[in-house]
Write a protein that binds this ligand. Structure first.
Ligand SMILES: [Zn+2]
Length: 408
């Protein structure tokens, strides 16, 4: 008797629980968040009683430092078609140069896509503490959500396959990441070109802008337009397209798998154990210089909330520093004249020791600079930072480089 009553009670409780669950589980219910694919971000999630979807991103952290970073997100929501979901995402209490950064100064926009290929911007709002919020609407039963239009290892593979047979392209393996992913240098142009430009992208995995710029630059250099031949008469480019491949594959934000920032420690020889990605580039560079092929200009593409040229000022011989600053002024001029660039440069007191711009200038005498791309807004186009705009920048950048090497 007691047992029957007990069973009945349990049955009733389960039944009520099931009813309550199905009431919560109506249109708008979230079924799952999928992160089991390349470049997706590590996270865990939960849904509040009021339907708010809380997404908790995992920091990546720097070795021997309090620095930690969250800034990348990429995942796929499965939910009822037509549902409107509010996502509350964090934490963004990042620590940057040993100081707690403000509440997510970077993220004013996110991107969503029904198919993972065609993306549309969604504005975000700050939420407390150190979180942000934005609403998405399910058109089908699946929706990709990303910080910026993603560019992963598969995209790089497609680019390489597209250009590999071109007579002016040479793709060379230059080393390995921590997880033994092969690093490459893509050379475009003639070996005897009078000028050489070295480009690196993706030292920081959350920052895909540089990869989209490279896509546009290569499209322009391989186009049928007669100016493309003129450009390649004047310069060749060597491109390290994805320095932090491990971080990109694993959906990380800033550091490599051994906790190193690949845009630091360039004031000294690279550590092959902790930062093999930098050691590979350094070795390539030293070999190029020994062969008489020192780059005339080096650009390291990044994303941030400002989009400026980071012109760092190491303690150099005053004449050498003045010559460098004059080249950077010239670079800014040609970018403003030939591209949508309007963001300008860091102020005259700016210095970021160990960044690649400063390191390659101080150690190898190369006019090198970190080129940020604004991840929130493109002022020169009055629009969100879409991949198509960064590809356009790459097109225009091909012309800007041509004029950078004008004899004036
Ligand atoms: Zn960066």
């Amino acid at each position: 008797m007691t047992r029957t009553w007990f069973s009945f009670t349990i049955g009733l409780v389960l039944c009520v629980a099931a009813l309550a669950h199905s009431a919560d589980d109506g249109p708008g219910a979230l079924r799952f968040i999928d992160t089991a694919f390349e470049h997706a971000s590590p996270l865990w999630w939960e849904q509040d009683d009021d339907g708010l979807v809380r997404i908790h991103l995992m920091y990546d952290q720097e070795r021997s430092s309090p620095n930690r970073a969250n800034g990348h997100w990429l995942f796929r929501i499965e939910a009822e078609p037509g549902a409107r979901l509010t996502l509350d995402m964090g934490p963004f209490a990042n620590i940057w140069n040993h100081r707690l950064s403000g509440p997510i100064p970077e993220a004013k926009v996110a991107f969503v896509s029904d198919d993972g290929r065609s993306w549309r911007p969604v504005p975000t709002e700050p939420a407390e503490p150190h979180r942000l919020r934005f609403a998405v609407r399910m058109q089908g039963d699946s929706l990709y959500v990303a910080r910026l239009e993603p560019y992963g290892l598969a995209d790089l593979q497609r680019l390489k396959a597209r250009i590999a047979d071109h007579p002016l392209v040479r793709i060379t393996a230059i080393g390995w990441t921590v997880q033994r992913r092969e690093l490459e240098m893509i050379r475009v142009g003639r070996p005897d070109a009078p000028h050489r430009v070295l480009i690196r992208a993706r030292a920081h995995p959350w920052e895909p802008g540089g990869n989209w710029v490279i896509e546009g630059l290569l499209d322009r250099l391989f186009s049928e337009e007669s100016s493309a031949a003129r450009y390649l008469d004047r310069y060749a480019v060597d491109i390290m397209p994805m320095a932090n491949k491990d971080g990109v594959a694993r959906g990380m934000t800033r550091f490599n798998l051994r906790g190193k920032d690949l845009n630091r420690n360039w004031d000294q020889p690279a550590d092959g154990e902790l930062a093999p990605e930098n050691a590979a580039l350094e070795k390539w560079l030293q070999t190029a210089i020994a062969a008489g092929h020192r780059p005339d200009l080096m650009l390291d593409f990044h994303n941030d909330a400002y989009g400026r040229l980071h012109i760092s000022r190491p303690e150099l011989d005053p004449d050498a520093l003045a010559a460098y600053l004059a080249r950077m002024e010239h670079l800014e001029r040609v970018l403003r004249a030939h591209t949508w660039f309007t963001e300008g440069s860091t102020r005259s007191t700016f210095r970021n020791p160990g960044s690649i711009g400063e390191g390659l200038l101080a150690r190898y005498g190369i006019a090198a600079v970190v080129h940020e791309l604004n991840a929130n807004w493109i002022a020169g186009l009055d629009d969100y930072p879409k991949a198509e705009h960064w590809k356009l920048y790459g097109h225009q950048f091909a012309a800007a480089l041509y004029h950078y090497f004008d004899k004036d």
